[in-house]
Write a protein that binds this ligand. Sequence first.
Ligand code: PEP
Ligand code: CO
Length: 441
Amino acid sequence: MSDLTWPELPAVQQPVWPDEAHLERVLAELAAMPPLVFAGECDTLTEQLGKAALGEAFVLTGGDCAETFAANTADSIRARLKTVLQMSVVLTYAASLPVVKLGRVAGQYFKPRSNPIEVRGGMELPSYLGDAVNALDFTPESRKPDPDRLLKAYHASGSALNLIRAFTQGGYADLRQVHAWNTDFVRDSTAGQRYERVAGEIDRALRFMQACGADPEEFHRVDFYAAHEALSLVYERALTRIDSRTGAPYDVSGHFLWIGERTRAVDGAHVHFASTIRNPVGVKVGPTASPDEILEVVERLDPDKTPGRLTLITRMGAGTVTEALPAIVQKVEASGHPVLWVCDPMHGNTFEASSGHKTRSFDDVLAEVHGFFDVHRRLGTIPGGIHVELTGDDVTECVGGTAGVAEDGLGQRYETACDPRLNREQSLELSFLVADMLLKR
Ligand code: PEP
Ligand code: CO
């Protein structure tokens, strides 16, 4: 258990828990639970992110906008993992670069909301704040924050991580499985067919290496890290522990924690929390951020200029990125902080479709990644990764892509609990397009 104390600082986006005593009981229980991740794993991730900051690796973060308890099933987790593994193979193969793989998974159960109240048909209820706080159904009972959900989020995260560890260490992620990840997919999809050709080439290379007697350990397992937004301060603090080896505090709820666009105030409780933990951390940076305020956050979170410690996840919007990003990149780079630049091409590109669905267009997503690479190329800095909301299922939540989800088709399979995600084919298609950009980086 940690012996950390936390100063009273402004904390936005925190739920109002109706029963304080109940919350305290739950937090005491969480504080006594085993860690979900280990400090040494977090340190290894920091090192790998440090390489990405130098251009020696590329970061791929993918997963749900909001994980749900209902979708925390073996099938759903496997499908998401498989999508990230396939994307990673495409990027690694095309660009000959190691890919650092992170999932928005095993903890992404808390959501910030632009509006604390949702109105439907004249009825007003508290907004959905993620499965760790309340439930999505639009009823007063469901929308009431329930502290027991924090415990449920902890246990759901533990079982997801257990499965992910088994898949990634126990043979499923073996490179010789490159074809197997694609079997349910290849026939009717352009990206699937293109992937199959890459997999065939990898297969041949593997057979050649094996014939030469080479069979490196790295081909049999992958490292996959869990990331989520450190939004709920009570939850993250309860899971922050002093590591016996280093004496430093780590938030053991996930390997990588990020601070969202709405909670990144330099004097706020979230940035303070992130400054106390030794995990690698990220900060979302939106189009209204000023270079000066971002530099202050950078200095607060990375005082020792440690490579890999801090990732700036820019989410500017396709139409804004080339104007808004350069001044921020220049200011931060001039300070000498070795930050990793990652592009989130999702959160600046959300709009409401004619059908009323919240959606994103594949073209805008692609355009923002292009803009991100262009800005960094012009400035001579490193575009170090992408951060996308995706799922392994054939949902219809984002429009466009070669499979051509249209606005009037969004209702067919719109399943997200929060923001629209790329489906498997759109994700794979994006990875081919990003691989092309990486080659020209
Ligand atoms: C998110 O990543 O789900 C999110 C809410 O992003 P942002 O803080 O950038 O809006
Ligand atoms: Co989102």
